[in-house]
Design a protein around this ligand. Structure first.
Ligand code: ADP
Length: 302
């Protein structure tokens, strides 16, 4: 079983013909409400890819809370360990103009109130947990407590440090899998990453610090994998017509974790994840674009 500890947000997306100027009021073309947050997106990706998946996180006591929980439950994600905190749920106010550019204002809300005590209790008590998945949209102290308790309970720690933020050296040995895109790899390892060669250097840097395996995703250029035993793999991205790359990384990560929990080899799990992410970029939206296992397998058979 997989456990995602992370953010749960409502994304409020207003399409506008032009961004308003300071002091100006404009009408939106349309406004939609989409469940999001990196943690929730990754949980949805893992569950649709076939994993038995639960989530630890927090929602507020506002009217978004029920919709956010229902969205997770619809994908069969266990929500009993999601807490309710006084105040608002996490949400993002997003405006998108006709050119597809966006402005985003993120409110952490309940995500910012998820404490180390809240999360570590749940993350440490499951001998049946194969891996715990973490990102950077909850407080760092909470992430660190979960990494420590999961590591000592024998669960693998899969960490996607997004949004990008450097972390101390003593954290690396707690991690089984460190998965980063080019920006994250550059911030964390201090090395510019834009191709297989530079990804290898960056991965070696992280392995030296004590991680078991590193995956660096390179957008349409695919991904690079290297583990402590020196096993390397470069998996190309599938050729598709990109419509919206939102949640490509979240989909890749969730699908990779699901495939690993299923016992697939690293290379097979990476291919499965690349297929899932390729399908996600052919569709608009975040959670709406995340494929299920049957779609991923059909795509791989084609
Ligand atoms: P993030 O969304 O975190 O920035 P990336 O852009 O590196 O992550 O994408 C993650 C993975 O998604 C890539 O390794 C690749 O497999 C897949 N992917 C991303 N963009 C494309 C694309 N345009 N075509 C096909 N696959 C893609």
């Amino acid at each position: 079983k997989l456990l995602v500890v992370g953010s749960i947000n409502m994304d409020i997306v207003s399409t506008v013909s032009q961004f308003p100027l300071p002091g100006e009021t404009i009408a939106s073309v349309r406004t939609d409400f989409f469940p999001g947050g990196k943690g929730a997106n990754q949980a949805v990706a893992a569950a649709r890819a076939g994993a038995d998946c639960g989530m630890i996180g927090a929602v507020g006591d506002d009217s978004f809370a029920a919709a956010l929980l229902a969205a997770l439950q619809q994908d069969g994600i266990a929500t009993e360990q999601i807490l309710r905190k006084p105040g608002s749920s996490g949400f993002a106010i997003i405006t998108v103009n006709e050119e597809g550019e966006n402005h985003i204002v993120l409110t952490a809300g309940a995500n910012g109130q998820l404490t180390a005590e809240d999360a570590a209790a749940g993350a440490g008590n499951g001998a049946d947990v194969f891996a715990v998945l973490l990102q950077n949209e909850i407080p760092w102290d909470t992430n660190f407590a979960v990494m420590s308790s999961a590591h000592s309970s024998g669960a693998r720690v899969f960490y996607n440090p997004a949004p990008a933020r450097a972390f101390p050296d003593h954290v690396f040995p707690l991690l089984h899998t460190l998965i980063m895109n080019e920006t994250e790899a550059a911030v964390i390892t201090g090395l510019a990453v834009n191709d297989e060669h530079s990804a290898k250097a960056s991965a070696e840097w992280a392995l030296d610090k004590g991680v078991e395996e590193v995956i660096i995703t390179l957008g349409a250029k695919g991904c690079f994998y290297l583990n402590k035993q020196g096993q390397a793999a470069a998996v190309s991205a599938f050729k598709v017509k990109p419509v919206d790359t939102t949640a490509a990384g979240d989909t890749f990560f969730g699908a990779y974790a699901a495939a690993s929990a299923d016992g697939l080899s690293a290379e097979d799990a990476l291919t499965f994840a690349a297929a899932a992410a390729a399908l996600a970029v052919t569709k608009q939206g975040a959670q709406a674009s995340i494929p299920n296992k049957a779609d991923i397998e059909a795509f791989l058979q084609r």
